[in-house]
Design a protein around this ligand. Structure first.
Ligand SMILES: [Zn+2]
Length: 135
């Protein structure tokens, strides 16, 4: 929790307040229900039990939704790759994007013909996994 970004932490704090308020209301509703049952008012008891259960269900739903969202954010880092091409022999190498890469930039020597290679293209990989799952 401590290594999260500031914006995420701010949202989490707000979220935690909502969680605690909802939890407090749900617990209060259960106490009201308990009192009502003790007083012999079964109808009121059922009503407050329903409110408390709804609060807990909402709480579970919210926690589940947030967890799923943060997991999704954490597992999809944008991957940028650079294609390094030898103009002489056509040797092609695809590697991760490095800071300062641009198209036509001269890079390492070609492992085949020792000619200077240059970057032919820089692109971001398109995630295809999700689409495949639906087919
Ligand atoms: Zn070459």
């Amino acid at each position: 929790m401590s290594d999260m970004e500031p914006s995420t932490r701010k949202f989490s704090l707000f979220f935690l307040v909502i969680i605690f308020v909802t939890l407090a209301l749900a617990i209060a509703a259960f106490f009201q229900a308990y009192d009502a049952y003790n007083a012999g008012q079964a109808a009121n008891g059922h009503f407050f039990t329903l409110i408390g259960a709804s609060g807990l269900a909402l709480l579970t739903y919210m926690v589940f939704q947030t967890r799923r969202r943060t997991l999704r954010l954490a597992f999809v880092p944008p991957r940028i790759t650079s294609t390094v091409l030898c103009q002489k022999c056509g040797f092609k190498n695809i590697r991760d994007f490095e800071r300062g890469d641009f198209i036509f930039k001269k890079t390492d020597d070609c492992p085949k013909c020792k000619e200077k290679m240059s970057i032919a293209s820089v692109f971001r990989e398109v995630k295809e996994k999700k689409k495949k799952r639906w087919i």
